[in-house]
Design a protein around this ligand. Structure first.
Ligand SMILES: Nc1ncnc2c1ncn2[C@@H]1O[C@H](COP(=O)(O)OP(=O)(O)OP(=O)(O)O)[C@@H](O)[C@H]1O
Length: 233
């Protein structure tokens, strides 16, 4: 379903943090990605979630190369991917109520009519209570806000969910609840998962297979070789 071929990406032009990384996630598969702090996992997660354009290499979805990232990506492609980050307070607009936060991706993609029904489903799915929906991020706990961020990621029914250290700052019971919510969603939809983290025990229990960052680098480029993303903007 998702294939990264020799992807190089970074934040400074001549010093990429992700170099020549190749990775495949099959339809419905859950892949855990482990690696030390600062190696580039979050940068790669952002490339996969179409939020960060690589310098070079190819990202294929169902065999089709992705040619545009961020707001340039076609709407259908953007809603194929959902992402949950480690720090919900950095990922949530502090001005929005939780209801508006969860509805954000549907409204942004012209699906506002789905908001009431979908929000009701999601609130239950992630274990929030409806009274929290009128609150803003500073009025809820980290765990409650992360539940809302997961609901936001699931709102458009993505085919691939990227969880970038989603549970790193949560207690064991909230971690278990969020992992269970992701797994219920995947069972119901057949969505694939890329879960990034440091916690080998959690990822090995959660995912079908776990790969280490070092295993992703320098794989031989498959037939067709690399593709300059810059040429595809
Ligand atoms: N927006 C940015 N601008 C410049 N450098 C950045 C930016 N984001 C990350 N970096 C740098 O890129 C490198 C990789 O960061 P990244 O967040 O991808 O690593 P990580 O493996 O996810 O780390 P951690 O496990 O600690 O979250 C780090 O050296 C970091 O300082």
């Amino acid at each position: 379903m998702l294939e990264l071929r020799s992807v190089t990406a970074g934040h400074e032009r001549h010093a990429p943090v992700v170099r020549d990384v190749s990775l495949t996630v099959a339809a419905g598969e859950a892949v855990g990605l482990l690696g030390p702090s600062g190696c580039g996992k979050s940068t790669l997660a952002r490339v996969v979630a179409l939020l960060h354009r690589p310098v070079s290499g190819t990202l294929l979805l169902d065999g089709e190369p992705v040619r545009r990232w961020r707001h340039r990506a076609p709407r259908a492609l953007r809603t194929s991917f959902g992402v949950v980050f480690q720090q919900p307070r950095l990922a949530a607009d502090p001005r929005l109520t939780l209801a508006d936060l969860i509805a954000e991706p549907l409204r942004a993609t012209g699906r506002g009519a789905e908001v009431p029904a979908r929000t009701a489903e999601l609130v239950e799915a992630v274990g929030l209570t409806p009274d929290l929906l009128v609150r803003r991020p500073h009025e809820v706990s980290d765990g409650q806000l992360q539940r809302a961020c997961l609901a936001r990621a699931l709102a458009p029914r993505p085919r691939l969910l990227v969880c970038d250290e989603m549970t790193a700052m949560l207690d064991a019971s909230t971690t278990a609840a969020l992992v269970a919510a992701v797994e219920r969603y995947r069972r119901g939809t057949g969505a694939a998962l890329l879960a990034v983290g440091h916690d080998r025990t959690l990822l090995e229990r959660w995912c079908d297979r776990t790969v280490h960052w070092d295993e992703l680098r320098g794989s031989p480029a498959p037939e067709g070789g690399t593709e300059r993303a810059a040429a595809c903007r």
